[in-house]
Design a protein around this ligand. Structure first.
Ligand SMILES: [Cu+2]
Length: 130
């Protein structure tokens, strides 16, 4: 009688363990993988001869997606210091630049696709802060 009660208790402990073990494994797995990090999206419209907004501020080390779109003719964007070179930003089509700035500073992007007589004055200022 005593023996069977102990055996029953052991069986119950094992069965509890079998239920709890997968739950513990799942919790450990979900804690380690964490929620997927979704980069912030920054929308920028390009048009003759400006970007809107024409100045953005990014955080060093924070991944972002610059979503560029032209409202008129084809434009481009080049920022050598940030390794950005997009030669075609087309009308009515989003062009994405995935970027994680690693250097603090002020950078000036210029249009990289000839778009008319004001082309050279077309600039986008990017501030990267800590
Ligand atoms: Cu241009």
């Amino acid at each position: 009688m005593i023996l069977s009660a102990t055996a029953e208790k052991t069986v119950r402990m094992i069965s509890n363990g079998l239920v709890l073990l997968p739950a513990a494994v799942f919790l450990a797995w979900s804690a380690s993988s964490g929620p997927a990090e979704t980069p912030r999206r920054v929308k920028i419209d390009a048009s003759r001869f400006t970007y809107n907004p024409n100045e953005i501020t990014l955080k060093k080390g924070e991944p972002v997606v610059l979503v560029l779109h032209s409202t008129d003719v084809t434009h481009g964007l080049k920022i050598a210091e940030l390794n950005i070179e997009m030669e075609e930003i087309k009308r009515d089509k989003d062009s994405e630049i995935h970027l994680t700035p690693e250097v603090v500073g002020q950078f000036v992007g210029k249009c990289a696709h000839f778009c008319g007589k004001g082309h050279r004055s077309m600039m986008l200022r990017i501030n990267v802060v800590e």
